[in-house]
Design a protein around this ligand. Structure first.
Ligand SMILES: CC(C)(COP(=O)(O)OP(=O)(O)OC[C@H]1O[C@@H](n2cnc3c(N)ncnc32)[C@H](O)[C@@H]1OP(=O)(O)O)[C@@H](O)C(=O)NCCC(=O)NCCS
Length: 179
């Protein structure tokens, strides 16, 4: 196993076929975890997960990394950069910490910071975009702390638990490239 990016609490490594297992599947069927994600509305299966990981790990337009605990090497979540536009020099960020016992310890911030620094310095990305549901306060807090600004809101875009909620688009410019 090769550590691709390394932080204090976690490290990131390439996602592998073997990571599409029951541990990962559990995250996708857990309402507390999927509340902020497009997944969860329909049941996730191991077969679909295996083909998703296979596709993402070989797709040249995606960088998908497994988040692993430094102390135990446990696979606790994933982070990905995808939808690269190499002309406009942009991409999108998505993060999921599936093991809730690792929430609220600063890992969300650390993992996004490592990935953003990699995108800006190594991939020469000019701007990173992400989408977040307006009720996902932990995620919004992390993104704001990283410097993301709200660039637009789709009103009542998402149906969740009996109500429509807004969806924000947030952007972060590469300070090395100016705006
Ligand atoms: C969103 C997510 C990545 C955050 O990870 P995390 O490791 O818990 O985040 P951190 O510990 O770095 O920071 C969370 C911050 O939100 C705050 N927070 C947590 N829950 C909150 C709530 N309900 N309301 C307000 N703030 C909250 C914490 O206090 C912390 O702020 P602080 O650094 O000022 O103390 C994680 O919860 C997750 O993976 N959730 C499921 C998938 C998901 O929603 N992904 C994002 C899709 S856009």
């Amino acid at each position: 196993m090769i550590k691709f990016l390394e932080g204090k609490l976690i490290y990131l490594r390439a996602i592998e076929r073997e990571d599409a297992n029951e541990n990962y599947l559990k995250w996708l069927n857990e309402p507390q975890i999927t509340a902020g994600l497009a997944s969860g509305t329909f049941p996730s299966t191991l077969t679909a997960l295996k083909s998703y990981v296979e596709q993402k790990s070989t797709d040249k337009n995606t960088v998908m990394l497994a988040i692993c605990d430094q102390k135990t090497n446990k696979h606790i979540g994933n982070i990905k950069l995808d939808n690269f536009d190499w002309v406009s020099s942009t991409c999108e960020l998505g993060v999921l910490i599936g093991d809730t016992s690792f929430w609220g310890k600063g890992i969300g911030y650390e993992v996004c910071k490592l990935t953003i620094d990699y995108a800006f310095s190594q991939l020469n990305i000019r701007k990173i975009l992400l989408a977040v549901y307006a009720n996902n306060m932990a995620a919004i807090k992390v993104y704001q702390k990283l410097g993301f600004n709200n660039e637009g809101t789709l009103k009542d875009q998402i149906w969740q638990n009996g109500a429509y909620i807004d969806k924000h688009f947030m952007g972060l410019f590469n300070p090395l490239k100016g705006k």
